[in-house]
Design a protein around this ligand. Structure first.
Ligand SMILES: Nc1ncnc2c1ncn2[C@@H]1O[C@H](COP(=O)(O)OP(=O)(O)OP(=O)(O)O)[C@@H](O)[C@H]1O
Ligand SMILES: [Mg+2]
Length: 307
C-alpha cells in the first residue's frame, strides 16, 4: 500500500495566549482523492494547512505527506495559502517566470514552456500578456493556481481557492480542480461552502471549532444519514402499530401523520404492510436527508453562511 497523501495524528495548535485553534486532528487523505476540508469560518482550516506545509509548528501531534515529514515531501506538493504575491505591473507570464526562477530544482532552459503550459491549463493563455493589475478576481485566482502547476505535483493543497469568486468563476475553478485530479494529482481543498465541495470531492473532512468531527468518502458520509418514511393518514394508531411492529427507529406520530427511520429497508416494503394492515394512506413520502442536513447535524450550524 502506498502511504496516504496526508496523514496526521493528534495534530494540535495552541496559539500563544492559550487559544486552541486545532485540537487533536487525525486526517487521512487517500492518494488520488479530491478531499474537501470543510468548516465554518474560524474552525481551524488554514491553521491545519499551515501545519501540513510546515509553515507553522504544531504544538502537538504529527503530520506526514506521503509518509514523510513535510520538508521531505515539499517538492511533490503544490500549495495555495492566501495566494502568492504577484507584481501588479508585470504580466501573468512574467509573474510566473519570476516564481519559476525562484525554484532551484526547475530547469531554466524550459521555463518558458512550463509557464506557457500552466497558463494554458488554467485557461489564461489569452490573458498571458496582460498585466496582473488588469486581471479580474477570477483571473487572479487562476494565476495563483497556475503558479502551483509550474512543476508536476502529486498533491495540491488549496486553501479556499474560490473565495471571493462569482458563481461563474467558482464553477471554472471547480472544473479546473476536477481536471487536475483527473491527471492523477491528489487535491486537498478547503472551503466553508458545502455545496461547492459536494460537487467535486470524493472525500470530505468536517471541522468544527478546531476538531475534525467527521471524515470519510462521500458515500460513507451519505449513508451515515438515515432515510425516513412519512405516512400521511387518518389511521394514525394503526399506522403507528405497523411501523412499530417493523421495529423501525425513531417512530414519531402526529395527529395526521406518522414517520420513522427505515435504515436499509425498502420503502415499498413499508407501504405494502401498511396497505395489508388496512391503513388508508393519503400520502407516503421517502425523506432522504441532504448532505447539508448531515453536516448541520455534525457541526451544529449551516455552511453556506455567505449566501
Ligand atoms: N496567528 C494566530 N494567533 C492567534 N490565533 C490565531 C492565529 N491564526 C489563527 N488563529 C485563530 O485560530 C482559529 C482558527 O483560525 P483559522 O484561520 O485556522 O480558521 P479557518 O477555518 O481557516 O477560518 P476561515 O474560514 O475564516 O478562513 C481562529 O479562532 C483564529 O482566530
Ligand atoms: Mg482560512
Amino acid at each position: 500500500m502506498n502511504a496516504p497523501a496526508i496523514a496526521t495524528r493528534g495534530l494540535t495548535k495552541r496559539f500563544p495566549g492559550g487559544q486552541i485553534a486545532v485540537d487533536g486532528v487525525d486526517l487521512a487523505v487517500p492518494g488520488g482523492s479530491v478531499y474537501g476540508f470543510l468548516g465554518p469560518n474560524g474552525s481551524g482550516k488554514t491553521t491545519t494547512i499551515r501545519m501540513l506545509l510546515g509553515l507553522i509548528t504544531p504544538t502537538g501531534g504529527t503530520s506526514a505527506l506521503f509518509g514523510a515529514p513535510a520538508r521531505a515531501a515539499l517538492t511533490r506538493v503544490g500549495a495555495l495559502v492566501e495566494g502568492p504575491a504577484f507584481y501588479p505591473w508585470l504580466t501573468g507570464t512574467a509573474n510566473l517566470l519570476r516564481l519559476d526562477a525562484a525554484n532551484p530544482a526547475a530547469d531554466a532552459s524550459s521555463a518558458k514552456r512550463r509557464v506557457a503550459d500552466s497558463l494554458d491549463r488554467v485557461g489564461l493563455t489569452a490573458a498571458a500578456a496582460k498585466r496582473y493589475k488588469a486581471y479580474s478576481l477570477g483571473m487572479r485566482q487562476r494565476l495563483a493556481i497556475a503558479s502551483t502547476l509550474l512543476s508536476r505535483r502529486d498533491l495540491l493543497i488549496l486553501d479556499e481557492p474560490t473565495n471571493g469568486l462569482d458563481p461563474q468563476g467558482t464553477r471554472e475553478v471547480r472544473g479546473l480542480i476536477k481536471d487536475i485530479a483527473a491527471d492523477g494529482t491528489t487535491v486537498f481543498v478547503s472551503s466553508h461552502l458545502l455545496a461547492e465541495v459536494e460537487q467535486m470531492c470524493t472525500h470530505i473532512g468536517v471541522m468544527r471549532t478546531g476538531r475534525l468531527v467527521a471524515q470519510g468518502s462521500m458515500s460513507e458520509l451519505r449513508s451515515a444519514s438515515s432515510t425516513r418514511v412519512e405516512v400521511e393518514t387518518v389511521d394514525v394508531t394503526a399506522a403507528t402499530k405497523v411501523l412499530t411492529d417493523l421495529a423501525l427507529g425513531d417512530v414519531k406520530s402526529a395527529p395526521d401523520h406518522v414517520s420513522a427511520e427505515i435504515g436499509r429497508m425498502a420503502p415499498e416494503h413499508v407501504s405494502d404492510l401498511l396497505f395489508k394492515a388496512g391503513v388508508s394512506i393519503r400520502g407516503f413520502q421517502v425523506i432522504r436527508p441532504s448532505l447539508e442536513d448531515v453536516f448541520v447535524g455534525l457541526t451544529g450550524e449551516g455552511f453556506d453562511v455567505d449566501r
